[in-house]
Design a protein around this ligand. Sequence first.
Ligand code: PGA
Length: 254
Amino acid sequence: MARTTIYAANWKMHKTIGEVEAFVQTFSNYDLPTGDHEVVVFCSFTGLPVLRSLASHLGGTYGAQNMYFEVQGAFTGEVSPAQLRDVGCTWVLVGHSERREIFGESDELCRKKVQAAFAHGLKPMLCVGETLDERRAGKLFDKVKTQVVAGLDGVPAERLADMAVAYEPIWAIGTGETATGAQADEMCRYLRGEVAKLYGADAAGTLRILYGGSVKPGNAAELMAFPDIDGALIGGASLKPDSFRDIIVAGSGK
Ligand code: PGA
């Protein structure tokens, strides 16, 4: 089935308020291809009100890079799903490898966050991926399958269309080392097969599975050409409006 491609910017811990404004102003002047794709920007909490006020210029939706799963309460330093809705978020990243590796987020915590996102009308983008050691040891499929199965636990089939999975091999993030199209496609196809075992092929066909890890204007066309890769989650190359645009342009030749 046809799935709308997603080009998602993950700005990580970058951009002041002024820099968010400047990005949107420049980006809104571009003549982007009108093909069947969706633009999403994942920004720091402090930039979200700026994206809300400039939403009509962004030409897409936006979301947070993290949240807690509880509705409210004594969780100093955390941000709730309701607060993200309040500032106009459509999406939320769940379980980015930097959250898992640096902040110790577990599969169980990610599962709760996916559930909380849906309960509050947010679309979760669940990030999964293996380390280089795991790939070398041939454990990549088991690792990523475990993360996806845990994250989807409790998600009904009809919600798969309202979320996404981002396959981001950890060894390819921020390293300049991209998975080859064949490696990315192999994992995305494998994951769709595993999701089909849980939900059936029709429902699995509604889930967007993105690739992330050193996506750049120069490799976007190759990666996006694979039928099971439904978009890109882009870190470094999304920080400048022109390179984010160039990735969208290159990919939408699809
Ligand atoms: P990168 O980051 O594009 O800089 O490799 C991707 C990500 O971490 O989402």
